[in-house]
Design a protein around this ligand. Structure first.
Ligand code: CUA
Length: 342
């Protein structure tokens, strides 16, 4: 036994910890089994324990069941009468009352410690502050200290062992309850109208982390996807600098620009440095720096952008972006203008 314990201490624990030491890159699917951020790792460890306890219960029950089936099966020569019936056994009653209580208490304690670890974690003063607003059906991200507003793609710096970098999120909702969930980065936290929730992430690897709204919020709940893009500090600095630029104003696109500013586009969308100040839809200042349209409903390519402008409902039925009833020529011109918003 002592051998086993010391083996565990010397070999297994470091190996397990190394295995958990943020191996690999972000996955191409939402994955709870490859945490790459401190809070996700705490949740993962608690989940593994719960899974192990459930697996042990499952295996014991199956073994007992198989034993009973084989040992007490019908044999030739058995008479048809029932076997002796036993009523009441203090030992058995006690065992199946006390044991589950103990298991539940252990799980409660582990869960409480994990929740406290994650929720009470002191946020360092240099944490990047971002406010995420859930909307039907997209995400708005504000960086109050940087003066940046963007949508659906949350850009953050990666955290390194020699220079930790935490992103501290304030969660709000503009309409109904949503839930922010990027499984490789943290557990889910709801965005609730008239309430402010907080959570934090600390991505350990650069790359794109996939997430999704995790609380049913209406027709397009499934197309309320979310990307967290973790950059090296230098890359993040470059992203911030480019996002703080006012919108491009390419004279080549003036026809489309004029259509954009003379229709109701401006009632819902903002373009920094222009008179478009709508706040109902996503900020379009740097639209083309984003990877997807409609919160992950389609890739952000010129063709898809045109299809989206022509009839958003065909790509994301029920979304609040109306069909603007533009002619083909006007469509081409507006798309040409939007393509300059890099
Ligand atoms: Cu937002 Cu589901």
């Amino acid at each position: 036994m002592r051998h086993l314990l010391s083996y565990r201490k010397r070999v297994l624990t470091p190996a397990l910890l190394a295995g958990m030491a943020y191996a690999g890159a972000p996955d191409q699917v939402t994955n709870i089994f490859n945490p790459l951020s401190t809070p996700a790792n705490s949740v993962y460890r608690a989940a593994l324990l719960a899974l192990a306890v459930c697996a042990a219960i499952f295996v014991s029950v199956v073994i007992l069941l198989i034993y009973a089936i084989v040992r007490f099966r019908h044999r030739p020569g058995d008479d048809a009468s029932e076997p002796p019936q036993i009523y009441g056994s203090n030992q058995i009653e006690l065992a199946w009352t006390v044991l589950p209580i103990l298991i539940v208490v252990v799980l409660i304690l582990v869960a409480a410690r994990t929740i406290a670890d994650v929720q009470d974690y002191p946020q360092p003063p240099d944490a990047l502050k971002v406010t995420a607003v859930g909307r039907q059906w997209w995400w708005e991200f504000h960086y109050p200290d940087l003066g940046i507003v963007t949508a659906n793609e949350l850009h953050v710096p990666v955290s390194k062992s020699d220079r930790r970098q935490i992103t501290s999120l304030t969660l709000e909702s503009a309409d109904v309850i949503h839930s922010f969930w990027v499984p490789q980065l943290s557990g889910k936290t709801d965005l609730i109208p008239n309430r402010v929730n907080r959570m934090w992430i600390e991505p350990k690897q650069a790359g794109v982390y996939l997430g999704n709204c995790a609380e049913y919020c209406g027709t397009q709940h499934a197309k309320m996807r979310l990307r967290v893009i973790a950059h090296s500090p230098e890359e993040f600095g470059a992203w911030v600098a480019s996002q703080r630029q006012p919108a491009a104003d390419d004279p080549q696109a003036s026809a489309g620009r004029q259509i954009f500013f003379s229709t109701s586009c401006v009632n819902c969308h903002s373009i920094q440095g222009t008179s478009a100040k709508g706040t109902f839809g996503p900020d379009l200042t740097h639209l083309m720096s984003r990877q997807t349209l409609g919160s992950g409903a389609a890739p952000n390519t010129p063709e898809k952008l045109r299809a989206w402008m022509r009839n958003p409902q065909a790509i994301k039925e029920g979304c609040l972006m109306p069909d603007m009833q533009l002619s083909n020529r006007e469509l081409d011109q507006v798309v040409a203008y939007l393509l300059t918003l890099k």
